[in-house]
Design a binder for this molecule. Structure first.
Ligand SMILES: [Fe+2]
Length: 257
């Protein structure tokens, strides 16, 4: 088995991931070349721009899997969603219009708005947890409020959330500040998995393999293996335990004076 990618935008024509089948096939080839064998395909859902109903995503995933097999691309895909945190999540859940990172509906990929951590975030997360769902906060390092106050992520880990860090963030594709914060999260044990979040856009290419290679080089093979084991546990709906610490303060020489 190759890498498991729990967050990518490969399906054609559903969101900003890929405009057409040809592009989706190229992305799938990129995924395979990057070392990915299994991917949860996660179009945006309820993010203010895209609504991708559960049944539509399942159908699109089946169709795309059939095409992948027909053209001989060895990638196994599963239907998922990247769900935007809002007051629409719980009603959508009650209407059975949500897809998860696993078949049993235990782990939800939850996206905060990019600019802030909404004041109602903890209430929605608590409501999800009451329903037996564990949110995986996707790319917290790309949220502006968390980027400027990274200690905030610890509050969500404390309340039982997991985290998905984006490989490109860790590699510096989105700039040094995001790379540094991602590295601090990893160093403190605050990352659960790396994922590609691949789109057919510039700067959103498949970099999961490179991200895992950097993880192994910087933090050692045990940490890289743990990230892969976590991805496997999540896609199987198995328990994942986090052993994390609060972030270490950044040391600044000038801070002494
Ligand atoms: Fe995404």
């Amino acid at each position: 088995m190759g890498l498991i990618d729990l967050h990518c935008h490969l399906l054609p024509g559903l969101d900003d991931g890929s405009p057409d089948l040809e592009t989706s096939l190229q992305l799938a080839r990129d995924a395979v070349n990057d070392g990915v064998s299994h991917a949860v395909v996660t179009p945006h859902h309820l993010n203010g721009r895209y609504v991708n109903h559960r049944a539509d995503v399942i159908k699109a995933t089946e169709d795309f899997q059939a095409t992948l097999e027909a053209v001989g691309i060895p990638l196994t895909i599963f239907a998922g969603q990247e769900v935007r945190l809002s007051d629409r999540v719980i009603p959508a859940l009650d209407a059975n219009d949500i897809l998860f990172a696993d078949a049993d509906g235990r782990y939800m990929l939850l996206e905060f708005p990019s600019s802030e951590v909404p004041h109602y975030a903890k209430n929605v997360i608590f409501s999800l947890q009451q329903r037996g769902i564990t949110p995986i906060i996707v790319h917290p390092e790309r949220n502006k409020e968390i980027l400027h106050k990274p200690e905030l992520l610890g509050d969500f880990l404390q309340s039982g959330c997991l985290t998905q860090l984006t490989a490109s963030s860790y590699l510096g594709t989105f700039g040094k500040e995001i790379e540094d914060v991602t590295t601090r999260f990893i160093a403190a044990g605050q990352g659960t998995i790396l994922a590609s979040d691949a789109h057919a856009l510039s700067h959103r290419e498949y970099e999961l393999g490179a991200g895992m290679a950097k993880l192994e080089k910087q933090f050692g093979p045990e940490v890289a293996s743990q990230y892969q084991a976590n991805a496997k546990a999540l896609i199987n709906g198995d328990l994942v335990q986090m052993h994390w610490q609060p972030l270490r303060k950044k040391r600044k020489f000038l801070g002494l004076f």
